[in-house]
Each structure stands twice: as structure tokens, then as C-alpha cells.
Design a protein around this ligand. Sequence first.
Ligand SMILES: Cc1ncc(COP(=O)(O)O)c(C=O)c1O
Length: 373
Amino acid sequence: MEKTQVEVPENVIDLGLGHPSLSLLPMDMLKASADKIFQAKDPTFLQYGPDEGGGYFRHMLSGWLSEKNRAFIAPESLFITNGISLGLDLVCTCVSRPGDTVIIEEPTYFYVYEIFKNHHLNIVSVPVDREGMVVEKLEHILKEVKPSFIYTIPFFHNPSSVSLSGNRMDQLFSLCRKHDALIVSDEAYQFLNFSPQFPVSLAIRGMGNKILSLGSFSKILAPGLRLGWIHSTPDLIKKIAGTGFVKSGGGLNPFTGRIVGAFMKNGSQDTHLASLKETYRKRAERMLAALKTCLPSDFEYAEPSGGFFVWIRMPEERDARDLLCKCEANGIKFKPGYLFSETGALHNFIRLSFSYYKEDRLSEGIERLAKVL
Ligand SMILES: Cc1ncc(COP(=O)(O)O)c(C=O)c1O
């Protein structure tokens, strides 16, 4: 029997899961693209590929990203990855040495702690508020520390759902130029905004800075594809493509890239993305409506305008760990705040996700949570 990363029993509602529902994975559309590639009788995509990624796929991705970002992105400025997770690992391999320091946000995506610790990096955190990373605090840190890079999630942040404001972005760019610091921008949720126009990638907006923007098909198509990209200047892309294991394996994902290239070419990616955006918007709306009626009035949260998450601050005296124990006994789960902090702080925060369940199940989940509270 095939299994997924997290198995949720039928009677439990796990609002901690930042995954798409299985029903949102477009089997038939992907099969049509795969059929087309296999019918073409050209087996090149089954061979070791170029280090940077397959030529056809990079070309298609260049066109797709250029349109979404309203700026030309050359194929030479793209490197194809197995997703952002591997992209981050690869960045650590290429630009850091054990004992170096990396600056991250707090809160931040919890798995990056493990990735950075695997590379024996020291972690220094900068807080996040409703405008994203507090760049003023970063400025103090950069006076003391020369980091390998600064890791940020600028769009629909995981877990806080905020986006870096235009002002903060400009401050970040000018500060990093002054200190010659590399920005590693995790843009997993860039295309999952609820409004029609997509935010522009940091690698475009901050042109002239040293920036690696990491994107992925995990949230806009299917995580199991393990497909993503790094967008940067051709010299940095060459450096990443020159890594030993990339060269040894002939690029990272020629097979999947070729199929997803065809998926983009026939318009399926755009059709699917438009439908996902609408689905997630409606799910977020339902979760917010339920939160409004069910949560105590001293719980605070910002309404997300994209992404997967609602990040809730409870009063100081509440502890998310205790609450989770009680919730689990009542068939409801979430992610407690301490997971998103390097020091295990943020005890009174919880992260809810609206990506995995349909509307009625989301309402039921919030009702269960409210009952425990
Ligand atoms: C901020 C962030 N970065 C990266 C990932 C993982 O991305 P990928 O599947 O492309 O490795 C996630 C998944 O939840 C995420 O939230």
C-alpha cells in the first residue's frame, strides 16, 4: 500500500498539515502531458541531462516565469532542482563552510533548522512582524556578523503568512549591498496569492544584489514531482551547477522536467494554478469565518492574502504544547509555535493550515479547537 509523508486517521482533523489535498493533484492533466512525451519517441529525457537542467524545460520555465514576474528571465539564469528543500541544501554546500553563520527569520519554516544544522551552520534569528523581516534588527546583526547568507520567505510566509513590504524589501536590498551579503529567498508560495497579479520574485526586484530565488512546483502542481528551480545571475547558477553530485547525476530531474515542460506548454499549468488559487482563497475564507465566530476575542491573527496558513497569537499564559495534547485527545491537531523557533520560544503561537481540507471539514476542525479552548 502506498503511503504519504503524514498519515491522518479518518477521525482526526490535522490543521497542521501544509500539504495539498490528494484531490487537488491533477492526475489526468499530468497523464496527458506524460503520454504526449512518450508518444514523441524521443528518449533524450531518459538520458543523463545537462547539469543546469533540461534545455526544453528551462526554456519553458523561462517563458512561464517571465510572464508571471513581468520581466525577462533568461534560461541561463535558471538551475533546475528537486524542489526548494534540495535547493537549500545545495546552496549550503556551495556557499558555506561548517561553522559559518546563516541569518534566518523567527518564526521560520521548521525544516530549515535541520537543513542548516546538517551543514553545521550557526543560526542567528531576526524577528518577523506584519511587514515581514524586521530589517532594522538585521542591520544591527550585520555590524557584528558576516553570514554565508540571509534566508528569507518573502511571500505568504510559513508560518506567519505575512509578505515582506516594498519598503522593507528596498531596505533589505540596500543593506545587503552595503555588506555584500547574499540573500537566499524561499519563494514557495509566490504564486499562491488570492489576487490576480503575482508578487515579483526578489531576484528580479533586487537586481544588482546577490540573490538566489528558490521556487518549486510542490505547491502549485504536486510535491511528489520533486521539481523546482533556482533563479539568479548566470555566474551563481554556474557555481551551483558545478557541484559534484549535480555533475555526476547529469542534472537533477530531466525526466519530470520534460513532462512538466509539456504541462506548461499546453496551458495546463496556468489552468491548474488558477483553479488552485480559487480553491485556497475559498478555503481560507471559510477558515477565517469559523475563527471569527469560534475563537476567544483575545486571540490575534492577520488575515492571509495568499499561501496556506493562519498564524495565531494566543495570550501569554496559554501554552500551545498543552493545548495540542488536549486537542489530540479530541481529534484535532495543529502545529505549535515552538517548532518555528530555533530556541523553542513562541510557546503561545499556533499555525493552522487551510490547504488540506475542504471547507466543511475546516469549519468542523475550528469548532473542535474552540470546544477544547
Ligand atoms: C517555506 C517553504 N519552503 C520550502 C518547502 C519545501 O518545498 P519543496 O517541496 O519544494 O522542497 C516548504 C514546504 O512546506 C515551505 O513551506
